[in-house]
Write a protein that binds this ligand. Structure first.
Ligand code: NAD
Ligand code: UGA
Length: 465
């Protein structure tokens, strides 16, 4: 019998769960969507009367939340009720890299996933479709199924893999106009019926030809593979950026030249201070761990190199700053433009800025940060998380500013860590006038105009030229 979907529950109100469910609610007004989380503060923020205070900044998101919230979109801490009522349950909880035990530093930590599975198993009284929305190691569905099928309460579960491909900063556009929706399920009639139920949800706004169905394992592995390929392009161009600096080639020109080859394509070829974000590193490390666990050492080493190159690129940037500033940054004020891992997001997870700051503080630099969306508390928490030095030392070494011009006063150098558009529109003459001389700019995102800055008097260094 075909399941009629009237209620969806999503466990995890984070960067994926929140925006994804908001878009489903917008496009499917006939379905009640409830997003639940253990984090009461986060849920309270999603429910804040002033929609500007929702916990995630994404262009276009607050308008969608405003439209659907209270109509068919709900945020709640009552996890049990939402699970009990829903026909489809998305699991969208965090799957960080393990920080303990076997696989520490590489494998995905699945404890939150398992907790969800156990809770679903305990509460469910009728048949459910459970959807892996989180990024998971290939064959995780097997473990989830085993937990769900061994509760003895006779409920039938179908597990689907439906990985999310949105990028932060463009989450709403990506969700409204996805390149594809991937749904993996069992090949049994019940599995196919579950797949169809989820296809029917997405087909409210996604053209049918963009909805791809596969077996569960292909879907799980495709998500890790997509992130690995994307990150690999960045590490590839970043590797070449150093060669460009040595040879007089310009990495932007090289990227353009190769990107015009339709087989290569122009996207994801921007050389930078290194990729950040919560997923590229974690997912590649996970892929490396899985390959190793099957004894595929060459496969593992191949992908690990993407991470090694990225770490090198971040280190290379901080070393270049120190070397250029006459081999010492001790007690020198260095201004960071940007802390987020990319523009148009307040997310700082694994941002290159954190590691560059940590290196420079180790050299006793004084860091001044201006980021339009990231708070001082978050910046310091990111540094403290590395546990390189005491909280007091970090607090004494880093100041954040609400105003970019103040952040630059009496500074020796500016380092651009995030490609926020506003940085290109500043009065750079005014900035130059307020800095110590010689005034340096290290453009870790290649967004500023070299000729303009040099004509003002800056010593300007970009990545890869
Ligand atoms: P997040 O940390 O922002 O959100 C996860 C939420 O789950 C947290 O609010 C946490 O409190 C909640 N949670 C954890 N365990 C819970 C439980 N047992 N019950 C209820 N709530 C629980 O994470 P995220 O960035 O949204 O990522 C979620 C998953 O999606 C990860 O697997 C990630 O790899 C994947 N992903 C993320 C992105 C991205 O852009 N951030 C994109 C694609 C895929
Ligand atoms: C990435 C993928 O693009 C999404 O498809 C995926 O769903 C997501 O990871 C995930 O699984 O979490 P995200 O990390 O949000 O999305 O953002 P990206 O636009 O991919 O940027 C990642 C990092 O790479 C950023 O630090 C960005 O500045 C950097 N980058 C990106 C470059 O240095 N050069 C580029 O050409 C592109």
């Amino acid at each position: 019998m075909k399941t009629k979907i009237t209620k969806i529950c999503c466990i995890g109100a984070g960067y994926v769960g929140g925006p994804t469910m908001a878009v489903i609610a917008k496009k499917c007004p006939h379905i009640q969507v409830t997003v639940v989380d253990l984090n009461t503060e986060r849920i309270a923020a999603w429910n804040d009367k002033d929609v500007a205070n929702i916990p995630i900044y994404e262009p276009g998101l607050s308008a969608i939340v405003e439209e659907a919230r209270g109509r068919n979109l709900f945020f709640s801490t009552d996890v049990e009720k939402a699970i009990e009522e829903a026909q489809i349950i998305f699991i969208s909880v965090n799957t960080p890299t393990k920080t303990y035990g076997k696989g520490k530093g590489k494998a995905a930590d699945l404890k939150y996933i398992e907790l969800c599975a156990r809770q679903i198993a305990k509460i469910s009284k009728d048949d459910k479709i459970v959807v892996e929305k989180s990024t998971l190691p290939v064959r995780t569905a097997e473990a989830i199924k085993s937990i769900l099928d061994n509760t003895g309460n006779g409920v039938q579960f179908q597990i689907l893999s439906n990985p999310e491909f949105l990028a932060e900063g463009t989450a709403v556009t990506d969700l409204l106009h996805p390149d594809r929706i991937l749904i993996g399920g069992e090949t049994t009639p019940e599995g196919q019926e579950a797949i169809q139920a989820l296809v029917d949800v997405y087909s409210n706004w996604v053209p049918e030809e963009k909805i791809l169905t596969t077996n569960v394992w292909s879907s799980e592995l495709s998500k890790l593979t997509a992130n690995a390929f994307l990150a690999q392009r960045i590490s590839s161009i970043n590797a070449l950026s150093e060669l460009c600096e040595k040879t007089g080639a310009d990495v932007n020109e090289v990227a353009k030249a190769i990107g015009m080859d339709s087989r290569i394509g122009p996207k994801f070829l921007k050389a930078s201070v290194g990729f950040g974000g919560s997923c590229f590193q974690k997912d590649i490390l996970n892929l490396v761990y899985i390959a190793k666990s099957y004894g595929l050492d060459e496969v593992a080493d191949y992908w690990e190199q993407v991470i090694i190159m990225n770490d090198y690129q971040k280190k290379r940037f901080s070393t270049k700053i120190t070397q250029t500033l006459y081999n010492t940054v001790a007690d020198k004020k260095i201004t960071f433009f940007g802390w987020a891992f990319k523009k148009d997001t307040n997310d700082t997870r694994e941002s290159a800025a954190i590691y560059v700051a940590d290196d420079l503080i180790a050299e006793q630099a004084k860091i001044a940060v201006y980021d339009p969306k990231v708070s001082r508390e978050k910046i310091l928490a990111d540094l403290d998380y590395l546990k390189t030095r005491s909280q007091e030392e970090n607090t004494a070494s880093l100041v954040s500013y609400e105003n970019p011009y103040e952040a630059c006063q009496e500074s020796h150098a500016i380092a651009v860590l995030t490609e926020w558009d506003e940085f290109t529109t500043y009065d750079w003459q005014k900035i130059f006038d307020s800095m110590l001389k010689p005034a340096f700019v290290f453009d870790g995102r290649n967004i500023l105009n070299k000729t303009d800055l040099e004509s003002i008097g800056f010593i300007y260094q970009a990545i890869g030229s």
